[in-house]
Design a protein around this ligand. Structure first.
Ligand code: SF4
Length: 375
């Protein structure tokens, strides 16, 4: 890679990836090939549309699905705010992989220690936010009988693992992976390694293939944990965690990552419909400077947030309709105003239905948080 600047991935900040092939090459991420994707019992929209672009050791999970043996799917969400499109993506991936076999078990860590280390959110406040996040996940289709839910700050086996791991990691290693950071974030990275390997501890049935679906920017955590799994293999029998990687999507204004710093760019799942509508109608598009130009040259759907981020990544399931939409734009048959109004009909009705489902999930979410499992 002479002459090319190496990628620096920041799991706590804004990472921007233009060239996914180069990213995969630099960090040794395998592409998700059509052959491997075809072996999944069904292909989720995120797989069909290549939003999940790469993996590490996914083959191990596919074999467990094919062989009907146990595997775990692990995710952690930092309860720093309401669910938005970014968290929806990771959650859908988690729910999808958990649904692919009756032998799959989900592990959901509420990363309250990380929320404190990174955003200074008190643990009690995390609980309230986590409850809302869990209601969203249940409304998105999470089966409460197949998931183990816990808060990092209360999960003693995870904290114990983090402490054990701290013996094998030097400050220099953490600095090389994450750059210079406050020690709290380094410690929360070790806690996350504990989260990822938690499903393989004896009280959860011992070593088993474990999949962690993440955004590309979370790869530093995966690399650290795979390294720790190898170092502690003799003691715990850990298998290296597998991972799938999804693309980092832009926010509604076309900025590189959804962040609370740009409120017009972030779409919350629980957002009042009128404010969501205003955001969608103001989203960044691939439209031309004038209507005449757009009719003549067509729009640029590949550059358009409405097309790429909203319809393709999130709200339009039907591949055929999506393709027709693409060509309506590309050939100038539709202009952005009408297109956004059409998109809003789909998005608004999705949000309305999600919010109705979500409102009914409070009791189950509370019970899950208290009892950890309903299975
Ligand atoms: S017509 Fe629609 S898809 Fe095409 S650029 Fe405009 S908003 Fe985007």
């Amino acid at each position: 890679m002479a002459g090319e600047e190496a990628f620096v991935l920041d799991p706590w900040g804004t990472s921007h990836v233009k060239d996914y092939d180069r990213l995969m090459k630099q960090f040794g991420i395998e592409p998700l090939t059509p052959e491997l994707a075809k072996r999944l019992p069904y292909q989720h929209r995120l797989v069909r549309r290549r939003l999940i672009f790469g993996h590490r050791d996914l083959e191990m999970i596919v074999k467990a699905i094919e062989g009907g043996t146990e595997y775990a799917v692990m995710t952690g969400i930092k309860p720093s705010g309401e669910f938005h499109l970014g968290t929806k993506l990771t959650s859908e991936e988690f729910i999808y992989f958990t649904s692919l076999s009756p032998k799959a078990r989900g592990f959901f860590a509420i990363a309250d220690l990380e929320a404190y280390a990174d955003n200074k959110i008190p643990l009690e406040e995390s609980y309230r936010i986590a409850l809302g996040n869990l209601m969203d996940m249940l409304a998105l289709g999470l089966d409460p009988r197949r998931v183990y839910v816990y808060r990092q700050s209360e999960e003693m086996p995870v904290l114990r693992l983090a402490f054990i791991f701290s013996r094998a990691v030097t400050y220099n290693t953490l600095e090389a992976i994450y750059g210079p950071r406050p020690f709290g974030l380094y410690f929360s990275a070790l806690v996350q390694a504990g989260d990822i390997l938690n499903p393989q501890l004896p009280h959860h049935g011992g070593p088993k293939p474990t999949l962690v679906p993440v955004g590309a920017d979370q790869d530093p955590h995966i690399r650290l944990t795979r390294d720790l799994a190898a170092k502690y293999r003799d003691e715990f029998g850990f298998l290296p965690p597998a991972a799938t990687y999804h693309r980092l999507l832009r926010d509604l204004t076309g900025q590189e990552k959804m962040s609370k710093r740009n409120p017009m760019g972030i779409l919350y799942l629980n957002e009042p419909l009128e404010s969501a509508r205003v955001k969608v109608m103001n989203a960044f598009t691939g439209g031309r400077a004038t209507a005449e130009e757009q009719r003549r040259l067509g729009g640029e759907p590949e550059k358009c947030v409405v097309f790429v981020e909203l319809l393709s990544a999130h709200f339009l399931e039907d591949d055929k309709l999506l393709e027709e939409w693409y060509w309506d734009c590309k050939t100038g048959r539709i202009l952005c105003g009408e297109c956004k109004a059409r998109a809003w009909e789909i998005i608004g009705s999705w949000l309305k239905s999600h919010q109705e489902k979500r409102a009914k999930m409070r009791d189950v979410a509370e019970r899950l948080l208290e009892e950890k499992t309903l299975g």
